[in-house]
Design a protein. Structure first.
Length: 254
């Protein structure tokens, strides 16, 4: 008696090939499920697996082709689908396509996860689109989507890395007021912003503030300060940071 594999079994096989990077075989299995299996069809999980399986060299068109194939097959995209698509498109460098996917999700009544918003903010940051990132935060609030520490950190990093330091500080204050507590990554982004703008005294002051908030500086914190002092040729201050790193057991990348 011949055993017929169902969609879940095919998905397991597709996931196996996608995990090891054999996307050609993974797609062959999707085609087999779609064209040759009479009792089963690809579902949203099938396509979500494919989306996550693409490596960083994939093009935006490859990702969008998956969404088009889903639509043609009558498979409704899930929030997980949109999350994967937005993240993948930003990674592929097509922020505009990622924006379109996010809008499509909202139009279809799907509320994307925080991962989608975080990914899009990071895309805006790379392109220096600080105002777009801040507007996205405003849209999240209007949609009753509560930002978490990762969203705020991505936003703060976007602002700080592009010279919007006052806005960065305002975001940190807003986080604390909403009891979304910043972590070392959050503070590192702020410190890096002040170092980049050659405002070393303020950068050091923020390290002191993070300590008072019970957040311990890490190796990146010290290396950021060190890089700033070295670039400004402030040898005494650089030596002081090196001594602090030695006491803390951290290695310099200089």
């Amino acid at each position: 008696m011949q055993t017929t594999l169902d969609t879940a079994a095919y998905n397991a096989g597709i996931n196996m090939y996608a995990t090891i990077g054999n996307m050609e075989k993974a797609k062959d299995m999707v085609d087999e499920l779609r064209l040759e299996c009479e009792s089963s069809n690809p579902d949203a999980c099938t396509y979500n697996i494919l989306l996550k399986g693409f490596d960083e060299g994939a093009t935006p068109n490859e990702y969008l082709a998956i969404l088009q194939e889903m639509e043609e097959a009558g498979v409704q995209a899930t929030s997980a689908t949109f999350n994967s698509l937005v993240t993948a498109l930003v990674r592929a460098g097509d922020v505009e396509a990622a924006e379109q996917v996010l809008r499509a999700a909202l139009k279809n009544g799907k509320q994307p996860g925080l991962q989608s918003y975080s990914s899009l903010i990071k895309g805006y940051s790379k392109e220096g689109r600080v105002n777009d990132a801040l507007q996205l935060l405003a849209k999240m609030k209007l949609s009753n989507v509560r930002p978490n520490v990762y969203i705020y950190t991505a936003l703060l990093s976007c602002c700080a890395s592009n010279g919007y330091l006052e806005e960065s500080v305002e975001l940190l204050t807003e986080m604390q007021e909403k009891k979304t507590y910043p972590n070392v990554v959050t503070y590192n982004a702020l410190v890096a912003g002040f170092v980049k703008e050659r405002r070393m005294d303020e950068a050091e002051a923020w390290v002191e503030r993070m300590l008072k908030q019970g957040v311990k500086p890490d190796e990146q914190t010290y290396n950021t300060l060190l890089a700033g002092y070295v670039s400004h040729q402030e040898r005494f201050s650089a030596r002081h940071i090196l001594d602090e790193m030695d006491v803390a057991g951290f290695m310099s990348d200089r």
